[in-house]
Design a protein around this ligand. Structure first.
Ligand code: SF4
Length: 86
């Protein structure tokens, strides 16, 4: 089983990530989104994580469950923010 590693780029908030030590593949498996959502729902750093995910996903194809949201939800949120800035 591959687990979530400690990243090279490291921010303090990641110390509190509820997903640390969980199976990496589950975060990229659409069939396990409810399981991921339950973990994110009890995570203290969900706001920081979501902001980081949105900041790093500059393309049109975000991937994986992060920050309590699916990739599609994050893409929709980013597009709404882009529209609001115009
Ligand atoms: S919000 Fe979810 S993906 Fe982000 S650090 Fe917390 S548990 Fe992990």
């Amino acid at each position: 089983m591959t687990t979530i590693p400690v990243p090279d780029r490291y921010d303090d908030w990641q110390d509190e990530a509820e997903c640390r030590g969980t199976e990496l593949d589950m975060w990229f498996d659409d069939a396990r989104q409810a399981e991921c959502a339950a973990i994110c729902a009890r995570c203290w750093v969900v706001d920081e994580c979501l902001a980081d995910a949105v900041r790093l996903e500059t393309g049109q194809t975000p991937y994986g469950f992060r920050g309590g949201k699916t990739a599609a939800q994050r893409l929709k949120e980013r597009r709404a923010k882009t529209r609001a800035r115009k």
